[in-house]
Design a protein around this ligand. Structure first.
Ligand code: MIG
Length: 789
């Protein structure tokens, strides 16, 4: 419903007034045992402090009793034994590990946390931790004039969240996403502060509605939970990448995805029947546009019943899947949580019989209206239900399907609140809690159920799961797409900071619907969006039922050519991207990065929302407005090379660069090594030759450790992978390159390597592993040499 001016009537003011908070007061007593928690009893509340590692501490506050230590399933880390010392005097207690020191003021109790150099990271204001009569709990922290905030999961608006107030409450938002919509599908109550070049982080592990207010004051910020306890972790940093490593130590890392999940994906709400699917694949083939996956949206089902196919539209799914598989294409069907209330439908029957659905306290099943009509919802907080749900996926995996798309899992319900009744009581494995208390976990737990089920069923292959809703830790199970955006240039613009902040929130594998979901796209917007998509970790074109079709060829040849070129580029860059995905799976550092992650001391990067990095050496600066063929690009310190023209540009300043329709501005840092592959039909096509681009820098050895494995199985966990350290140095008109295989547990397909050395004189000599090579100067003025393995 559209709101009119009535929404701002003057007499509504009072209702909006906040309840006053009560502070926990002074310290009454405390207990401390090495390796246990430090427990504080205060006048009006209880506080626990637990160390997980030297550089990670957890703080809990409960106004009524000693805090419960049970974490949500977002947390995977067990506590390590950390050597701690506690000292006391009449004013305060001091608890230290080798990396963090907590200074706890006795009257009133407020906590300040310092790093090993005595620098304050997080410091409570005099309000400290508090609560109110509505059961809300809150913590107030000092805000430094130099604080910049990143993360918070999937949020609209710009990169730096200083000056924003954000609500975490998983919500299905079809209305246009804009800066005032602060609750979308994902809730990741986590952020990173960068202050004077150093970083620390906070994760609030509370799945009820939470609010982060970095807006109402310039001197303090707050984080509040509507229900439950304050339960948060502090990450010591000091670099932004350290914070990500620490946060993902607690909430887990993205497992290495199957390579096909990194290819180009085509979707539509909906490709409605077998003929449409076949015709689609045929067109991609005829036009020689690469394709790795197509999606089946809700029309494939029989009356929107999950785990069924409509027999008229899809009479022989098994055969269809096989045909597509032979073409190197995967199929990803949508699976929603709502199970149609239908006593003749086996999923509903089983769910009722075995007590799998969400219920009210009196035992009646909760029903809500979604696509299939009145529906029941699995209670994913119960391990048994997750197992049942996961097992049901044999319906798909028996057909050869290896990827699933979870939608509507906020859960979305067609009613005023847009979700499940908060009075529903979840089983929560024997510790019942209301939906209001656990709401933000629902999609995450559905993801856990689905991922674990698929993984068990596909014989050692890596499953792919796409999800709309999630919570902290969602990266362990699923790829995140950013829901129902629109075909607006503004939404293309917004997708950059949104995805960068998802990356900073531990979710490296994410992306928006390319071209925009709702509303009609056009050739130029689709072309520019596809250019951006080449470098979003997840790359899927998807559009809505009533919108103009937006497959790559729908807007005429000029656009088709550009779109095709950038889909091809995705495959050209794949060997580089895959290495970055592997890095992310081990370190938590995202593939797509805001510049501030690499240059936290450079003020030009703090709120740089219209360009990003891929790894630490490549800057991508897409065009984000119509009829625009130039743009400003900021290049940080160092020298940078225009990827297309080899022009060298000085860093530490802004440049005006050209960007005709077929050009996505890309800049490579001098000193970088980049690996490329060939244009392919899909990731199933073998790589015949690896291309190594070298951008030598005087006085420095360039290094890149290239990674490869079979792209499908978990063999890499037992050493079946290939890593090769590529080094290059320029010395007196000679470029010396070495390739040292560090792990040969897997043999790559390619039999030849091509080296392309950029930005050097054409008489420069090239040696590879000590041997001088025959070189030629290629069309772009680069020195090039070929090597057979
Ligand atoms: O509200 O399944 O975000 O990607 O195509 C409609 C139909 C439900 C919402 C998803 C969208 C999907 C659509 N779904």
């Amino acid at each position: 419903m559209q709101e009119g001016s009535a929404a701002i009537l003057p007499d509504q003011e009072n209702e909006l007034k906040q309840q006053p908070y009560k502070r926990i007061g002074s310290l009454v007593s405390h207990t401390f045992h090495q390796q246990e928690a430090l427990e504080l009893q205060c006048e009006h509340g209880f506080v626990s402090v637990l160390f997980y590692r030297d550089d990670i501490v957890r703080i809990l506050m409960n106004p009524k009793e000693t805090p419960q230590k049970q974490s949500t399933l977002a947390v995977v880390k067990e506590r390590e034994n950390v050597e701690l010392t506690l000292t006391e005097n009449e004013h305060n207690l001091t608890l230290s590990s080798s990396k963090l020191t907590l200074n706890i003021n006795r009257a009133p109790v407020t906590i300040a946390i310092y790093d090993q150099d005595g620098r304050v990271l997080v410091e409570e204001t005099e309000h400290g931790m508090a609560f109110n009569s509505k059961q809300e709990v809150i913590s107030f922290k000092k805000m430094d004039a130099n604080d910049h905030f990143y993360g918070f999961g999937e949020k609209t608006s710009f990169l730096d969240k200083r000056g924003e107030k954000m609500t975490m409450w998983n919500t299905d938002v079809f209305a246009p996403h804009n800066p005032e919509i602060d609750a979308l599908y994902q809730s990741i109550p986590y952020f990173m502060t960068i202050r004077n070049g150093q970083a620390h982080g906070i994760f609030l592990d509370n799945p009820a509605k939470t609010v982060f207010d970095m807006k109402s004051s310039t001197e303090q910020y707050s984080m509040k939970a509507e229900r439950g306890q304050l339960d948060y972790y502090i990450f010591a940093g000091p670099t932004p990448k350290d914070v990500l490593e620490q946060y993902t130590a607690i909430t887990g890392k993205m497992p290495l995805p199957p390579k096909w999940a990194l290819g180009y994906h085509q979707s539509r709400y909906s490709y409605k029947n077998e003929q449409e699917v076949r015709a689609l694949v045929q067109t991609f083939k005829e036009k020689r546009i690469p394709l790795d996956a197509i999606y089946l949206d809700i029309h494939y089902m029989d009356g929107y019943r999950v785990f069924t196919f409509d027999e008229d539209r899809f009479p022989n799914p098994k055969q269809l899947m096989q045909e597509l598989k032979d073409e190197g294409i995967h199929v990803v069907p949508i699976v929603d949580p709502g199970v149609k209330e239908d006593p003749e439908y086996f999923v509903y029957q089983e769910g009722v019989k075995d007590d799998h659905f969400c219920k009210y306290i009196d035992g009646t099943i909760y029903h809500g209206d979604v696509w299939p009509g009145n529906s029941a919802f699995p209670d994913f907080t119960k391990a048994e239900v997750r197992k049942w749900w996961g097992d049901n996926h044999t319906f798909y995996t028996d057909l050869g399907i290896e990827g699933v798309w979870n939608d509507m899992n906020e859960p979305a319900v067609f009613n005023e609140t847009k979700t499940m009744d908060v009075k529903v009581v979840h089983d929560n494995d024997g510790d019942p809690q209301t939906h209001g208390e656990l709401h933000n976990l629902y999609g995450f737990l559905m993801g856990k159920a689905t991922h674990e089920g698929l993984k068990e069923q596909i014989n050692g292959k890596r499953p792919f799961l796409l999800t709309r809703a999630g919570f902290a830790g969602v990266q362990r199970y699923a790829t995140v797409w950013t829901g129902d955006n629109r075909s607006f240039w503004e939404h293309l613009q917004m997708a950059l900071p949104m995805c960068m902040n998802l990356g900073v929130s531990g979710v490296p594998f994410c992306g928006p619907d390319v071209g925009g979901f709702a509303h009609d796209t056009n050739g130029q917007l689709l072309a520019r969006w596809t250019q951006f998509g080449t470098f979003t970790p997840y790359f899927r074109n998807h559009s809505e039922l009533h919108s103009l079709p937006q497959e790559p060829w729908q807007f005429g040849e000029t656009y088709e050519k550009v779109i095709k070129k950038y889909i091809e580029q995705r495959y050209v860059w794949m060997p580089y991207l895959y290495t970055l995905f592997q890095e992310a799976s081990v370190t938590g550092t995202p593939v797509m990065r805001p510049l501030v992650l690499e240059y936290p001391n450079d003020k030009h990067t703090f709120n740089l929302s219209d360009q990003f990095m891929i790894g630490s050496d490549v800057i991508v600066a897409p065009i984000l407005t119509p009829d625009t063929y130039h743009r400003v690009v900021y290049l940080p310190e160092g020298r940078w090379v225009n990827y297309w023209t080899n022009e060298k540009l000085e860093g530490g300043k802004h440049h005006l660069v050209e960007a005709p329709l077929d050009t996505l501005p890309i800049f490579v840092k001098e000193g970088a090594v980049i690996t490329h592959g060939a244009v392919k039909r899909s990731t199933e096509t073998k790589e015949e030759q690896l291309t190594v681009h070298v951008y030598p820098k005087e006085g420095e050895t360039s290094t890149f450790t290239y990674y490869e494995d079979d792209g499908r199985t978990y063999g890499y966990e037992s050493g079946e992978f290939y890593t090769c350290k590529i080094e290059a140095a320029i010395d007196n008109e000679q470029v010396n390159i070495t390739m040292n295989v560090e792990n040969d547990g897997y043999q790559p397909d390619w039999k030849a390597v091509k080296f392309i050395v950029h930005g050097v004189a054409d008489h420069v000599k090239v040696t590879v592993d000590g041997k001088e090579q025959v070189t030629e100067v290629n069309a772009k003025g680069c020195v090039q040499t070929n090597l057979q393995r």
